[in-house]
Design a protein around this ligand. Structure first.
Ligand SMILES: NC(=O)c1ccc[n+]([C@@H]2O[C@H](COP(=O)([O-])OP(=O)(O)OC[C@H]3O[C@@H](n4cnc5c(N)ncnc54)[C@H](OP(=O)(O)O)[C@@H]3O)[C@@H](O)[C@H]2O)c1
Length: 299
């Protein structure tokens, strides 16, 4: 059975509290260090962060500075340009900056935060990733993808050890094409299990997502299934993704200890087979709105 050791805590909200569709308003008195200590007590030993997440790396570094055992940390490199011979040096500087903030000497995973093909296939960036490994600054190289073209390239190119992709009751496209019965030669990490929280925090959908009618209709379908399974839609959604075989780890983003506890408890749940089959049909159908980059009301 899966345990909290299979979860990464997604930490974008440590540095960007307004990110996503939160269950609560940002708490002015939020104590990030206490939250991280309590998360570790619940069995969390892996953190996903990035220089793009405000001061998330510093907050985690402060925790690591006083912790008795070091967690597993994944961070990222951002703001790279294609076809630039300075790239390997810029990548080394970025990782050294992250390591200093995190109070670490090595990153367990270093992702490229940019997903575009021209970035993940760039020879100078590949050279940079190899250099970082040779120097012992990075253990594994990762790609964080948004499209199947990117995922296919990242799985096959032999540069990346780890791939992070969305997998949820909304979107099984990546799972069906690259994980199910495939046994790919990379570690697979599922993210966006709650699609930034829209599953549970629906009030803001109309004002923030262009395809809000389709999203709300889809949520209604999920609610019906959850009713049949006699559980909440949130529990059903998490039990569904936690039950998928072939995924190595899951990222779950929250700054609420209660929500984190709940999300860990859901690791124990099992769904009736017919509910799993019905979700697979719904989630296996491609939908433009499952990529948050398509949500813009102005675009
Ligand atoms: N390109 C990339 O590399 C990339 C892209 C996206 C995300 N990520 C990583 O993945 C992490 C997760 O991000 P995501 O966008 O995929 O979000 P997610 O994990 O699908 O959902 C997070 C949202 O759900 C809410 N939530 C979580 N548990 C809940 C519960 N039990 N009840 C009610 N609400 C709950 C959280 O709010 P509360 O804080 O109120 O619980 C938060 O707003 C990020 O922190 C980041 O580390 C990486």
């Amino acid at each position: 059975m899966r345990t909290a050791a299979d979860l990464f805590l997604g930490t974008v909200k440590l540095g960007v509290p307004e990110y996503g569709f939160s269950s609560t308003a940002p708490v002015v008195s939020f104590d990030a260090q206490q939250f991280l200590c309590e998360a570790v007590k619940l069995g969390i030993s892996r953190f996903d962060t990035s220089p793009r997440y405000g001061n998330s790396e510093e907050v985690i570094g402060q925790y690591i500075g006083q912790a008795s055992s070091k967690p597993f940390v994944a961070s990222k490199i951002d703001n790279l340009a294609p076809n630039n011979s300075d790239t390997p040096g810029l990548m080394e500087k970025s990782v050294n900056d992250s390591l200093a903030k995190l109070h670490l000497s090595t990153l367990d995973i270093c992702y490229l935060h940019q997903n575009e093909m021209e970035i993940i296939s760039d020879p100078y960036i590949h050279q940079g990733l190899s250099l970082l490994k040779e120097k012992g600054l990075v253990r594994q190289a990762g790609a964080s993808v948004y499209s199947k073209e990117e995922c296919s390239y990242a799985v096959d190119c032999g540069i990346f050890d780890v791939i992070q992709a969305p997998v949820s009751v909304f979107d099984l496209g990546f799972y069906n094409d690259f994980v199910l019965n495939k046994n790919p030669p990379v570690t697979l990490i599922a993210r966006s299990l709650l699609l930034q929280g829209i599953l549970v925090n629906r009030r803001q959908i109309k004002g923030q997502i262009k395809q809000s009618d389709a999203v709300l209709q889809y949520l209604d379908n999920l609610d019906q299934l959850a009713k049949e399974a006699d559980m909440s839609t949130l529990d059903m959604a998490l039990a569904f993704v936690y039950g998928l075989s072939g995924i190595d780890y899951y990222i779950i983003g929250t700054t609420s200890l209660e929500n984190l506890k709940h999300n860990i408890e859901c690791l124990k749940l099992e769904l009736p087979r017919h509910i799993i089959s019905e979700i697979k049909v719904l989630a296996g159908t491609p939908k433009q709105w499952t990529n948050p980059r398509n949500w813009s009301l102005n675009g």
